[in-house]
Design a protein around this ligand. Sequence first.
Ligand code: ATP
Length: 692
Amino acid sequence: MAPGDGIQIPSRLPLLLSHEGVLLPGSTVRFSVDSPRNMHLVSQRLLKGTSLKSTIIGVIPNTRDPEHDTDDLPTLHKFWTSNRGSGPLHLVSQMSHLLVQTKELESSVISHSHFLCFCLCRIGTAGIAVQVVGSNWPKPHYTLLITGLCRFSVSSLLKGRPFVLAEVEQLDQLEHYTTPVTERATAKDGDLGELSNKFYQAAVQLLGMLDMSVPVVAKFRRLLDSLPRETLPDVVASMIRTSNKEKLQVLDALTLEERFKKALPMLTRQIEGLKLLQKTRKSSPENEKRVTNICIYPFPFNHVFLPGRQLNLDEEDEDGDDTAVLEKKIHGAKMPDAAFKVCLKELKRLKKMPQSMPEFALTRNYLDLMVELPWSKSTKDCLDIQAARTLLDNDHYAMDKLKRRVLEYLAVRQLKTSLKGPILCFVGPPGVGKTSVGRSIARTLGREFHRIALGGVCDQSDIRGHRRTYVGSMPGRIINGLKTVAVNNPVFLLDEVDKLGKSLQGDPAAALLEVLDPEQNHSFTDHYLNVAFDLSQVLFIATANTTASIPPALLDRMEVLQVQGYTQEEKVEIAHRHLIPNQLEQHGLTPQQLHIPQDTTQDIISSYTREAGVRSLERKFGAICRAVAVKVAEGHRVTMTDASTAAGPTQQSGENPGSLSCLCLNGMFGLVGGRGSNPLSHFSAYLHSHSQ
Ligand SMILES: Nc1ncnc2c1ncn2[C@@H]1O[C@H](COP(=O)(O)OP(=O)(O)OP(=O)(O)O)[C@@H](O)[C@H]1O
């Protein structure tokens, strides 16, 4: 047949480098693409092209696309030269049969050197991209569905960037495939005819052992009768359980006879495996069903028999191991029955899914979350009211009313552990210690603490999660928080409930109603999980700056505790008991290196802060500590012998006597009070003038 009579693939093909699957002519394979060259191929060729020709690409198996654009291309998968029973002469004749159709070879004699060159050629499969699906989650990638057309060999690589482009030589002639498989081979077909008959019989035998009510089996049966017999080895090898290495051997078999010879033992092995499976099933009558599991990927025994070989569990692929580990984790997660059933169902689906399917990752992530959730893991409360009182007093100065109510609440919990509600809500100006009291409560109870910042949240799926049908779906913050703390009875601080927003995506406050209602939250259902999780053990505390913007229904579920701002005296006490020691510790300073007298603190409060809480005061101390830390780190040392000279430098340096300034006594820094602008400017100006 003259070239051009049948389907011709383009002489230049963009190449998809794949290290996962092997595409055989006549089969359809899903490829996940996320490496740079392959991504460019999809975006610049497949998605931009408008003609049918532009959807034809070459798939080179067993070759990994480098991680980075700049990396060199790996050596392409080599032609499978070992185990060729037919010998080089036979090969030369076969190759010449293929090559004689190309114009340049018509006139030339195939020399030995030419033969060698083709022995090293790289074999791939030209295919049509029938579907392209893109996703940005978990990272940007495409999933391609490619149907194999024919084999080709790479003559030369034309370019490696942005994607690989090569000059190729078509090996299978598609127009040859015309004889339906049912037409029995005649005597003149010789060995090949006999082989193809044997192969066809074996395929029919395999189908006879499978359940015809399964659509894919029925389809395979129909296909078997209508397919040209030349395509059978490729199609069958891609459908039965074969390793990538075996598929490569079939791909590399350039002659039909060789292809049949390679694929037939795989088919026979599959039949033997099925026979054994049926035998074992017969021994337990309730399992005496026909095998419904067509031998496509999730075939139950992937280590079927080679002559003289036993079942070998060690050879189970990584994925098989993975699901076994997952199954073990599901059994060990001590989840309620409903969740357990859902997990088993999803696991069953996962086992049947090819890894390249986008849904594989989704199901896997879902199961991972399910086994990580603390369904029945909790910490033991260690509540001692005396100790709680001391701890609260140690952590917080003043706030007497709030501390009293918290102690009452804890005392009732000690007497009745299954206390339902109330949900405490601390309301007060910023920086008065609402959040830190929440943290102290968790410490007194010996529970894990988790803060959920609700400020600006305006999507109800932030609380309740997304349904799993959405791309990039995630569980909500409550379930995420439980996963983080890994126990089911933490203290959850719902910070800034008054700043919840509302949008077209729903009302998060409404979703919180269920979470905070002790009557309902034992069966809280996150959309992502789609099974109930018991939140009744979680201790919820809310904080807000005002009750005015809290939705009434939500406010109704909480007991509001007002936290007032502090007086000047209280702030001085808080500063010296908590803020200054904290800041010194955070900046790696010791009380010997920085001393701030009470009247200086008072000056800082009255001159440099204007707030109900103490947050900005804490920041001022932080700034002073940083400035002192620089001097200490520089080894700054100014010796002043007498504290009475302390006031001196301020006057000597000509500064306003009312302003703040610093004393440095034998390496110890101190601040003396005053009024004026920024304390730090005086402080550093003074240090500077005295360090000369
Ligand atoms: N009475 C107090 N005793 C000791 N430290 C306090 C006291 N009040 C506030 N603080 C300290 O002030 C800082 C700010 O407190 P916190 O973050 O708890 O404020 P808040 O009321 O939650 O503010 P916001 O409403 O802005 O969230 C913390 O470092 C905290 O330790």
